[in-house]
Design a protein around this ligand. Structure first.
Ligand code: LLP
Length: 421
């Protein structure tokens, strides 16, 4: 379960604080995160790597709010970024550039320059064309860019197709068969310095076997690349470890790494520097989204429970048919009819949960669980809805880490023809 997010005395709490009071103070929809949950999740990885040389880079796309980044930066974490925007955000909380790695298939020249100037640890290069562009940019800046090449190990992570990334048909990485050639090429480019190899096979992975398969495929390649005369200093196994949305039991981070390290040791790679890029597993279950029931509406086929959070706040059900638990802050005794929980956005795809047994009336507060990852960071202004506020809870103290977006915030960058700004 959720040690830091639980009902106590009939009311849902995050650590030492009741969510009703937080919702009263800050309004809804409201994201609330447990700091301790994040630190515990990070500690599981840190335990897994005890006695090894390892860099944990939080994949900040999962939740890039400054208040969340700060928690991980303070805990000594590195970061996996995918844009110049993410770089600027993470530098704003004082992250150490020497612990930042840069992933993504479409890095622009401007982003490359920005990351070179910051002095990041590694560019995870995703194509042969990108090698040449990065080489050019680095030479023009009078620098050498540290690189690893993202290889596509072609293993099935057994997750939703939209979040599988290591299969042949994906846009990510360089094909396994091209890898040695790509490394030979990279090693010849004077603006590049080969430092590692990386892979990332997908997200919300709930079994160990795809990781073990990918590990073997990567090690086979490292042997071949080194035999071709290019030394590989670090091995980056990406992110992707899943969380419990609806009873899934993914391996624990420390247990998974015990298995992977055994495999690395057995093949003589146990002393290599390791890098990982976990996102969801560090924050997903640390957060909830509190939302108010606006209306209940009996329908011919279905009953609807219309809430004030929508697909612009919680996009995962609409995008991936994802399941997130929905629980009342205060559980009422009595019958619980079945509802589709939906938002106010004008689309049939705007649903948060389907066929949920809930005993609710208008004005009740619900919590959408497992809302710490890929919710706020994917939020939009669709239907001119302001983005929600976020609160970070630590023990009995709460910090408003993002105020609710105002209409002024939304209109600020726009202009009408014929009027001066
Ligand atoms: N590294 C790379 C190169 C990635 O592309 C990703 C995620 C990660 C690390 C972190 O993966 P994680 O540990 O969070 O699974 N919006 C989708 C998930 C997209 C994941 C994209 N890449 C969702 O809500 O399920």
């Amino acid at each position: 379960g959720h040690p830091h997010i639980a009902h106590r005395d009939g009311a849902l709490h995050v650590e030492g604080l009741g969510l009703e009071a937080l919702a009263r103070e800050h309004g809804t929809p409201l994201f609330v995160y447990s700091k301790q949950w994040m630190l515990d999740a990070l500690a599981a990885y840190q335990r897994g790597f005890e006695g090894r040389s390892a860099l944990i880079c939080y994949a900040m796309k999962a939740n890039s709010s400054l208040g969340v980044l700060r928690v991980f930066a303070e805990a000594g974490c590195g970061f996996d970024i995918v844009s110049g925007g993410e770089l600027a955000r993470v530098l704003a909380v004082g992250a150490d550039p020497a612990k930042i790695i840069f992933s993504g298939v479409g890095k622009t020249r401007a982003e490359m320059r920005q990351a070179l100037a910051a002095g990041i640890a590694c560019f995870n290069v995703e194509s042969e064309a990108e090698l040449d562009v990065l080489n050019e940019v680095a030479l023009a800046e009078g620098r050498r860019a540290p690189i690893s090449i993202r290889i596509n190990p072609n293993v099935d992570p057994k997750t939703h197709p939209y979040i599988s990334t290591g299969l042949k048909g994906n846009k990510f990485g360089i094909a396994h068969d091209r890898a040695v050639e790509a490394y030979r090429h990279a090693a010849k480019l004077p603006g590049l310095e080969v430092v590692g190899i990386d892979c990332h096979i997908g997200s919300q992975i709930t079994e160990a076997s795809p990781y073990l398969d990918a590990c073997d495929r990567v090690l086979d390649l490292v042997e071949a690349i080194e035999a071709a005369g290019v030394p590989i200093h670090h091995l980056d196994f990406g992110g992707g470890l899943g969380i419990d949305y609806n009873g899934e039991v993914p391996p624990k981070a420390d247990a998974l790494w015990q298995q992977l390290l055994a495999r690395l040791d057995a093949r003589g790679f146990g002393q290599r520097k390791l890098v990982i890029e976990p996102g969801r597993s560090l924050v997903g279950n640390a957060g909830v989204c509190v939302t108010e029931v606006l209306y209940t509406k009996p329908g011919e086929d279905k009953n609807f429970c219309i809430v004030d959070a929508a697909m612009n706040d919680l996009p995962r059900p609409a995008m991936y048919q994802a399941f997130q638990k929905i629980v009342p802050l205060r559980i009422r005794a009595g019958d619980a009819p079945t509802y589709d929980v939906v938002g106010p956005v004008c689309e049939s795809g705007d649903w948060i949960g389907r066929d949920r047994a809930l005993n609710v009336v208008a004005g009740d507060l619900l919590a959408v669980l497992s809302a710490g990852a890929y919710c706020m960071s994917m939020a939009s202004n669709y239907n001119t809805r302001g983005r929600a506020a976020e609160v970070l809870v630590s023990g009995r103290s709460a910090t408003l880490i993002r105020r609710r977006e105002t209409m002024e915030d939304q209109l600020r960058s726009e202009q009408i023809e014929g009027r001066s700004a």
